[in-house]
Design a binder for this molecule. Structure first.
Ligand code: GTR
Length: 337
């Protein structure tokens, strides 16, 4: 904890340093004279500095700084410097961290509707997913986060999640008996159970050692996470079953929001919306690069030509939660057309 604090302080000093250095440049238009920050906020991010979500966060922070003329400063703390996702979400809820970018999956434990994204095979494609994420329904889901003391600002892309394991998996039956790490929510546990494997929920930062020591036999994620968290160094089989598409969420603490003027809220919301395009482009580029890199690093990538056996195996999960997510699933089906 102390080490993290020292690291965080060092990083803020560094960031401050670069802002001051920036001020020295003589490209100043008269109206661009930066004001001293009135607000300095922290944004918690679990991924490393060059990961596509972090790039999105930074774009968002840059737009806010630029448009507020330096008055609102958001420092991005990447690489889980402020803690693992579940604890970060709790701190954002309490108002001790002002902003974060998290996965919908752990968020579902705080706001039930977001659990819909943990259901398997609800989207046909990236296009279908984004048609839904841009719909009024999905926007309303962000707005409804307010009841849980969050202000939902934007969805970011996270591609699709697939299994990576110690032994080769080609079909769902191969997962039987394996211990698989899942993101911390109930639906994920049911999903693993439906596949005859045993689910081990654990924070992201513990997965690497879990895989190395054999506490778990595998996990599941998109290619960028499998690569950048170094999980591929511990387990080398990746089967592209794409069981989930779990969007990322950029959000603020309601406690922070309540202190801001209407104009500042508008500015921050617009910056978040405007950062989406940049994040999605960064995502698509890195998603492909990551898969290529995994292959060159000795990972055996197994394509799934027929997804039907996978869909059939996890159908009990849909059956179990169909009624709970009736309206969400209807809105998702509507976005298919
Ligand atoms: C990643 C996601 C992270 C984290 C991680 C996990 O895809 O971007 O925020 O939730 O998965 O599996 O814990």
């Amino acid at each position: 904890m102390n080490n993290k604090k020292v690291l965080a302080l060092g990083l803020s000093a560094l960031m401050l340093g670069s802002v001051l250095a920036g001020c020295g440049k003589s490209d100043s238009k008269p109206e661009a004279k930066a004001e001293a920050p009135k607000y300095t906020f922290r944004l918690a991010e679990t991924h490393p500095a060059d990961y596509p979500t972090t790039l999105g966060d930074k774009k968002f922070a840059d737009l806010v700084a630029e448009r507020s003329n330096g008055r609102i400063k958001i420092n991005v703390f990447h690489s889980a410097q402020l803690g693992e996702e579940k604890s970060v979400i709790e701190q954002v809820q309490m108002g001790s961290i002002e902003f974060t970018r998290v996965s919908s999956s752990p968020l579902a434990e705080f706001n039930k509707a977001f659990g819909v994204f943990s259901l398997p095979y609800i989207f046909d494609s990236e296009a279908h997913e984004w048609k839904f994420l841009e719909s009024d329904y999905a926007k309303q889901m962000l707005t409804n986060l307010e009841k849980s003391k969050f202000i939902g600002l934007a969805y970011y892309d996270s591609g699709s999640r697939s299994f990576y394991t110690k032994n080769k998996v080609t079909g769902p039956a191969d997962l039987k008996g394996m211990k698989i790490r899942v993101q911390q929510n109930k639906i994920n546990m049911d999903l693993i159970q439906a596949l005859g494997a045993s689910a081990t929920p654990m924070p992201y930062g513990e997965v690497f050692s879990g895989l190395q020591t054999g506490v778990i036999d595998g996990a599941e994620n998109n290619a960028p996470s499998y690569l950048t968290a170094n999980h591929f160094q511990a387990v080398k089989y990746y089967v592209l079953d794409a069981h989930q598409r779990v969007p990322e969420v950029l959000m603020a603490s309601k406690a922070t929001w309540d202190k801001l003027s209407a104009e500042d809220r508008k500015l921050i919301q617009q910056a978040a919306t405007d950062s989406i395009k940049f994040q999605r482009e960064a995502w698509n580029k890195f998603d492909k690069e990551a898969l290529d890199k995994l292959k060159t690093q000795g990972v055996t990538v197994t394509e799934v030509k027929d997804v039907k056996p996978w869909q059939a195996a996890v159908k009990p999960v849909i059956d179990k939660y169909n009624a709970d997510f009736k309206t969400e699933l209807e809105a998702i089906a509507k976005a298919r057309n």
